[in-house]
Design a protein around this ligand. Structure first.
Ligand code: SER
Length: 612
């Protein structure tokens, strides 16, 4: 069953159940500054989920273009994609749990539709907590369905798994808006459980045996500013099924990358690289195909965006640059992105007409962007060689043939140069780098710094671009200033940095007053104006604690960690555990401005701030 066939069956099924077919909205959300891209079919429907009337009525069905960049590092495994298509049906205050669950089951298992063997289906339901009770109704509906339609006794804790909010609750994370418990449907691939993932396999196990195919969200609540959940007047259903995943199930192939969607793209990469798609090369092949597909859809969108250094344009740039780098690794010397784009447009242009309409623009944008990147790389390479001469000479002098993970990470974090190129240049000088050790080091620092942000890439040049580095140092100053002004109870709860702004979540029981915000802002600007030095020292956790450093202490006794100091030795303004990188003097930060202060959840506040 091809994806075209699945799309059509889904729309037809729900049309027969009284739903109006609505077209895919743009990938670039309108009037919604909280996200860069449409991440789910419900996204463009938020006003209607909150009660506004939809011209299509109370029952809607769509195939929506979606993009999620928080899973970017997972691309290359067997199920993660950045761009994907989501099949979804909605009830706007009309039907609720019973119909939604029954129709999902019917569409999946009835031979007229997908005809999946029901013994392969496993589900999960919300287990309940202080905000909302255990979803008994859904449990009951599933049990009856399995028993009556498939003679299967579905036990709770077995075929029906119970999970907390983290797994079975849906709503825009950390934001206000419609949300509620969900019930997810998994397909049992029948693969053996990988013992590396714990003793017992279950629906949400990471071993790959169970694949989540469909999510039914019951939007009964609206999350408030203060973190509480208010029952919604209008109870909605919001469902989402990943087209690529259900295609893999229907085509009986092990991964989304083995569906027909990617075959022509892979053929093209094979021709360009002269390499076959095998278990050895699958990772770069998958990354190239996924990233260029996403870039084509963003550039070719009805509200198309070009590669740039800000917002959505920045994501397109990163996607393309990552794909080009992987292409180089595969040995592709010629410009590849527009050639692969043509195959993608051929594949998807029938269903997504905008790609055909914008073909000329897509190709020319890609060509330009690839040329630009080649130039940057050439220039960067020269600089990098200059910078590296001394360390390389030292290594050669000491007859050190291996670079330790820590040394490799230092090069990366100091100069922000792509890891692959570091490896390439060192190899030219006969020095080997242990990639595993580098990755271990990288992870360690990532956990410590916690600044790698959702919606952005971890690794590569721009993460350590001047802007993010400056904002990172500003985050330390803000953290300290908040403690000074509000009290020592203030603790970091989250941090996210984009090229434009920092976002800092911290514990504090009430709204921060305008005066307090002003005090914090002035304090940070004062430190900036003093142009204090920023430096780090490596020490054990115990020592860091003794010296009064703040930050995330991990229980890694004995191991060395980095502590960043801002200020003059005796009177450091800030001491914080962190992987870096940071600016060398606070004067580099310019001027600090708090843009917004708001609630994230009970007892957690969020500040967004910028530098100019
Ligand atoms: N909004 C839910 C999801 O994205 C269901 O569509 O999973």
């Amino acid at each position: 069953m091809t994806v075209a066939h699945i799309r059509q069956k889904f729309l037809e099924f729900f049309q027969q159940k009284g739903h109006t077919i609505i077209p895919s909205a743009s990938l670039i959300p309108e009037n919604d500054p909280t996200v860069l891209f449409t991440t789910a079919g419900m996204h463009p429907l938020v006003p209607y989920l909150l009660g506004e009337k939809h011209p299509g009525g109370k029952r809607l069905v769509s195939v929506q273009k979606c993009l999620r960049t928080d899973d970017i590092e997972e691309v290359g495994d067997n199920r993660h994609l950045t761009f994907f298509e989501m099949l979804g049906n909605w009830s706007l205050g009309d039907y609720f749990k019973r119909e939604a669950i029954e129709w999902s089951f019917e569409f999946l298992t009835d031979p007229t539709w997908l005809g999946i063997d029901p013994t392969r289906l496993f589900v999960t339901v919300f287990e309940g907590d202080q905000d909302a009770p255990r979803d008994e109704e859904s449990i009951g509906i599933w049990q009856t369905l399995f028993l009556n339609r498939a003679k299967i006794r579905a036990e709770v804790g077995e075929r029906i798994g119970l999970y907390p909010k983290k797994k079975n609750w849906w709503g825009p994370a950390g934001q206000t808006g419609p949300c509620g418990p969900d019930t997810e449907i998994f397909y049992d691939t029948g693969r053996a459980h990988d013992p590396a993932f714990g003793l017992k396999c279950h629906q949400n196990c990471d071993c790959g045996r169970f694949v989540e195919i469909w999510n039914n969200v019951f939007m009964e609540y609206e999350k408030q500013e203060d973190g509480t959940f208010k029952p919604l007047q209008q109870k909605n259903v919001d469902t989402g099924m990943g087209l690529e995943r259900i295609a893999a199930v229907m085509q009986n192939v092990p991964t989304v990358f083995d569906t027909e969607i990617f075959q022509n793209i892979f053929n093209k990469i094979e021709v360009l690289s002269g390499k076959r798609y095998t278990s050895e090369t699958e990772r770069p092949f998958r990354i190239i195909a996924d990233h260029i597909r996403a870039a084509v859809f963003i550039i070719g969108d009805q509200h198309g965006v070009s590669p740039s250094n800000v917002g959505q344009g920045y994501i397109v740039r990163r996607l393309l640059r990552r794909a080009i780098r992987e292409g180089r690794r595969l040995g592709i010397k010629e410009p590849l992105t527009h050639q692969i784009a043509l195959v993608i447009i051929g594949e998807f242009g029938t269903h997504y007409q905008e790609l055909e309409t914008n073909l000329v623009r897509i190709v020319s944008e890609l060509k330009q962007e690839e040329q630009k990147f080649e130039k940057t790389l050439e220039k960067g390479m020269k600089e990098f060689k200059k910078i590296l001469i001394e360390p390389i000479d030292n290594l050669v002098k000491n007859e050190q043939k291996h670079l330790t993970g820590e040394q490799a990470f230092m090069l990366f974090s100091t100069y922000g140069f792509p890891w692959e190129l570091t490896e390439e240049i060192l190899r030219e000088h006969g020095i080997m780098v242990d990639r595993k050790a580098f990755e271990k080091e990288f992870k360690k620092h990532q956990e410590l710094s916690r600044t790698a942000s959702a919606g952005k890439f971890k690794g590569g040049l721009a993460d350590h671009s001047v802007e993010t580095t400056r904002l990172h140092t500003a985050t330390h100053l803000l953290h300290r200033a908040l403690k000074n002004v509000l009290g020592d109870h203030v603790e970091q709860k989250g941090s996210n940095i984009t090229a434009e702004r920092l976002r800092f979540d911290f514990s504090h029981p009430m709204k921060v007053t305008v005066e307090q915000l002003k005090q914090v802002e002035d304090m940070v600007n004062d430190i900036i104006q003093q142009d204090l030095p920023v430096r780090f020292e490596e020490m054990t956790v115990e020592e860091a604690k003794k010296r009064g450093a703040i930050g995330l202490f991990e229980e890694k006794y004995g191991e060395k960690i980095k502590v960043y100091f801002i200020g003059n030795d005796a009177t450091d303004f800030s001491k914080e555990i962190c992987g870096g990188p940071h600016v060398t003097h606070t004067g580099e930060l310019g001027s600090f401005k708090i843009q917004k202060e708001e609630a994230v959840s009970a007892g957690v506040r969020r500040i967004k701030a910028t530098l100019s």
